[in-house]
Design a protein around this ligand. Structure first.
Ligand code: SAM
Length: 323
């Protein structure tokens, strides 16, 4: 399966992805589970989305609106952007976080899937030459091919040199469950979630975590659908709130919606040649945790000290919009 990558990975790598890969005799590999194979197939497609020229239109529709908002809210002519901390939970193969870091922001991606983590480590730390490697991401798709060659067509990656970030860039990836890793309050100026919030068993726990970790005055930028990942999984808690209900809960927490668009059409790891293609009608919002929180009518002093980095000069009038 990993032979789709031209440089073959050592077998140990596979064992780390799935400990059940070996039987008692570690030299004898057994068939991978359907679960592992599905994860592998979606990870391979994620290479197209994040690190190929073919993924450029998808990145324009999903990542660009988020990046534009970060630049609008923390413009480099008014902020020392190296001091603006941005967290990208559920970072996948890391392209969104990498692009934010490339602009000079202090950016951290967080991811818990071993498939994504091993793959992002590979692309971010081991790939240098542009379009040097080849994948066949659609080889498993036997239906909806107009031409046989559509199924076997290659994709080259990475479309950029991932190692081309300036030396002093503050960019990191952290492995682990978002809610477990990020328990420290008021650390982040911005949390950027893309196709992430529906991965929760209970999306309100994500809202709670994001509220907690944002500095007062910090912003949460979100783009994505609500395709709840645990909806049909046996023995898993799954609370499938509508966007309307999430929004109500966020307002009760104290979030102020500054930008809101309820219809941003995007794709996700789309096979542009397929006869079956999905379009997500995504929600996009920018919601701010107010800088001065009121508790029982009294200002919370603690929050005064942890505000986002001061702008170099005053922010432009009317930069916040409600749509
Ligand atoms: C639908 S993918 C989106 C990936 C990327 N943000 C993008 O837009 O391409 C959701 C990602 O969130 C990760 N994820 C799900 N639950 C997570 C959690 N509790 N902590 C960290 N990452 C998580 C998944 O492994 C997956 O890579």
């Amino acid at each position: 399966m990993l032979s789709y990558v031209q440089c073959s990975l050592p077998l140990k790598f596979c064992a780390a992805i799935s400990p059940s890969f070996y039987q008692e005799d570690p030299r004898k590999a057994r068939t991978s589970s359907t679960f592992d194979m599905d994860k592998l197939k979606s990870t391979i497609k994620q290479f197209v989305r994040d690190w190929s020229e073919a993924g450029q239109p998808e990145r324009e529709s999903c990542y660009k609106p988020i990046i534009q908002e970060i630049q609008r809210l923390f413009p480099s002519d008014q902020y020392d952007v190296s001091k603006v901390s941005v967290l990208v939970p559920g970072a996948g193969l890391g392209r969104l976080a990498w692009e934010i870091a490339r602009l000079g922001y202090a950016c951290q991606g967080n991811e818990w899937s071993f498939f994504m983590l091993f793959s992002s480590n590979f692309v971010l730390n081991r790939c240098e030459e542009e379009n040097a490697l080849t994948l066949y991401p659609w080889i498993h798709q036997f239906s909806n091919n107009k031409k046989s060659s559509d199924q076997t067509r290659p994709i080259r990656f990475p479309d950029v040199n991932p190692q081309s970030l300036p030396l002093n860039t503050d960019f990191s990836m952290v492995a682990g469950d978002f809610m477990e890793v990020y328990s420290e309050s008021e650390c982040w100026d911005c949390v950027a979630t893309c196709f992430f919030i529906d991965t929760a068993n209970n999306v309100l726990e994500y809202v709670d975590t994001i509220w907690n970790i944002l500095k007062p005055g910090g912003v949460w930028i979100n783009l994505g659908p609500l395709l709840y990942h645990f909806e049909s999984i046996a023995n898993e808690l799954s609370i499938e709130l509508s966007y309307e209900d999430i929004r109500t809960a966020m307002i009760k927490y104290g979030f102020l919606f500054e930008v809101e668009k309820e219809s941003m059409q995007t794709t996700y790891t789309e096979n542009e040649c397929s006869m079956l293609r999905y379009i997500y009608d995504c929600v996009f919002f920018v919601a701010r945790k107010p800088s001065e929180l009121q508790f029982n009518g009294q200002e919370d002093e603690k929050h005064q000290h942890n505000s986002p980095p001061a702008a170099k000069s005053s922010r432009r009038e009317g930069s916040n919009r409600l749509t």
